[in-house]
Design a protein around this ligand. Structure first.
Ligand code: CUA
Length: 340
């Protein structure tokens, strides 16, 4: 029996602690804003655990102290137990919730987001749309601008100013380990400073219901040491460097340009200049595709091209099952993978 209790207790603990791990766990921040939120989260959890323990302890004491029957006791007086109600039911909750309320506003007030100034330019403009995020890295001149979908690189150790916009409905930008949620509101750009103190890949998720594929509107913020970040950005600014000496990839490049792809996608350095779908100039170097929904490999790329509507119904990417022969599909995938 004792063993059964121990099993039950360890299973209960495992279930409760499952919420404390995982990529979207906000209880371990790696930037100043996320650390404030995490600290507040631990404080609230601690207070609630203490309250739960106190209430259960009181219940146990009352149950164990029970003596005799109702009939053998004096009836309760009008004012019996009033101190418990005044202190435990009014004063204590008012003091605790009042303190938490003030602390919460203090943390909100500290978060460095600010209204748009007419003349200053952010470092990165992030545009949300159904259902993916596009990071627009602004250069000194428009030819240096690059668009990177779903994987947002930032340098570590300094705040990066980011503007948040939406192309359609309201979305919400949330990287739990770095920052609280910021809404992307039509016609009202927001600014935030995102700062990561340690290199890493931090999972993000749209956190405002925005349509059928809201749950599949994911992204990652990849924090890199400043030198690595500068090298990455310089590489992104270069055009496509596809290895077209490979015959399959070269054929794939022709398939890409002849199919409907260039109407929606850009591959810089080629005639493809579409802007509805993600920029594919360096698609081969990304870890995930389809708004962070799928790993990036030959099978997922092929599946996405022929069956996007089956995988992510409602997305703007059509299923090109009828448009391509198996050889063309294979060549197209080889071409996309070669875009490093
Ligand atoms: Cu975008 Cu939910």
């Amino acid at each position: 029996m004792k063993l059964a209790w121990r099993h039950a207790a360890s299973m209960l603990a495992a279930v409760m602690l499952a919420g404390c791990t995982g990529p979207l766990n906000f209880m371990h921040g790696v930037g100043p804003d996320a650390r404030d939120t995490a600290w507040f989260g631990w404080l609230v959890s601690g207070i609630f655990c203490l309250a739960a323990v106190a209430v259960w302890a009181l219940l146990i004491v009352i149950v164990r102290r029970r003596r005799g029957s109702f009939a053998s006791h004096e009836p309760l007086g009008r004012h019996d137990g009033r101190a418990w109600i005044v202190v435990g039911g009014v004063l204590l909750p008012v003091a605790v919730f009042g303190t938490l309320y003030v602390l919460m506003f203090d943390i909100l007030n500290d978060a460095p987001h600010h209204a748009l100034q007419a003349d200053d330019q952010p470092e990165i403009r992030i545009v949300g749309q159904q259902w993916w995020f596009d990071a627009h890295y602004l250069g000194e001149s428009p030819v240096m601008d690059v668009h990177v979908p779903t994987e947002i690189h930032i340098p570590t150790g300094r705040p990066v100013e980011i503007e948040l916009q939406t192309r359609d409905v309201i979305h919400s930008f949330w990287v739990p380990k770095l920052h609280g949620k910021i809404d992307l509101v039509p016609g009202m750009p927001n600014r935030v400073f995102l700062r990561a103190d340690e290199p890493g890949r931090y999972a993000g998720q749209c956190s405002e219901f925005c349509g059928l594929q809201h749950a599949h509107m994911r992204f990652a913020v990849i924090a890199q040491p400043p030198d690595d970040y500068a090298a990455w950005l310089a590489h992104q600014r270069s055009g496509a460097e596809s290895n077209l000496t490979d015959a399959t990839a070269a054929h794939g490049s022709e398939v890409f340009q002849a199919a409907a792809c260039p109407l929606c996608h850009t591959v810089r350095g080629t005639p493809a200049r579409g802007s509805i779908g993600p920029d594919l100039t360096h698609v081969g170097s990304r870890q995930r595709i389809a708004g962070g929904m799928l790993d990036n490999n030959a099978s997922t790329l092929a599946a996405w091209i022929v069956n996007a509507q089956g995988l992510k119904p409602g997305a703007q990417m059509p299923s090109l099952r009828e448009a391509l022969t198996p050889q063309e599909l294979q060549a197209l995938v080889a071409y996309l993978q070669s875009l490093q």
